[in-house]
Ligand binder design. Structure first.
Ligand code: S3P
Length: 187
């Protein structure tokens, strides 16, 4: 995947900023991002995919072998690189991208859309895939999964609030409507 190697200043014009999706695990960032990229004919970058591709291992393995702090470093480098790409892109991020102040600073230069969802729906969507999320994989029951997600959401909600230029409450929305709303922001 072609990403500029020299992340200096973003080269987008003000009305052609990158559109970045943020939100909790399970909020649909990757799926929505891919569909919005098709609808808006913009290039798509999925930060988690780029991270695991460049390290040749899935994210849980990166967490296990290098630890979360190293993962956050890699995540920061990938974010910097995708934001430095020339063409205005659609970018989906990992749920924890907002944890670092330097990432939040980078996100202030682009258009950020927060896909907001409640814990009940997030946990439902992750019911069959939470084992692939290192921060959730230890949950032993549905109620433990929901409790862990509530704790993470409580910590992150103010951070998503800080970086988001647009919030979309996706709980009651169909995928098509979400894609259409987000695509409007990329036109
Ligand atoms: C994480 C979210 C994951 C992935 C990693 C850490 C987080 O991405 O980056 O497991 O801290 O919320 P998704 O939000 O795409 O699941």
């Amino acid at each position: 995947m072609a990403i500029a190697e020299n992340p200096t200043q973003p080269t987008q014009t003000p009305d052609q900023k990158h559109l970045v999706l943020v939100g909790m695990m399970g909020s649909g960032k990757s799926k929505v991002g891919r569909l919005v990229s098709k609808a808006s004919k913009r290039v798509f970058f999925d930060c988690d995919t780029l991270i695991s591709d460049s390290y040749g291992m899935p994210i849980p393995d990166i967490f296990e072998t290098k630890g979360e702090a190293s993962f956050r470093e890699i995540e920061h480098d990938v974010l910097k690189k995708v934001l430095a790409s020339q063409q205005p892109a659609i970018i989906s991020t990992g749920g924890g991208v907002v944890l670092r102040a330097d990432n939040r600073e980078l996100l202030s230069e682009v258009t950020v859309v927060w896909l907001r969802s409640n814990v009940k729906n997030l946990a439902k969507r992750l019911e069959h895939s939470y084992k692939k999320r290192p921060l959730l994989a230890g949950s032993k029951s549905k109620s433990e999964l929901r409790a862990t997600m509530s704790r993470i959401l409580l910590e992150r909600e103010p951070l998503y609030e800080t970086v988001a230029h647009h919030k979309l409450k996706v709980d009651q929305m169909r995928l098509k409507a979400i894609v259409s709303e987000v695509a409007k922001l990329a036109s």
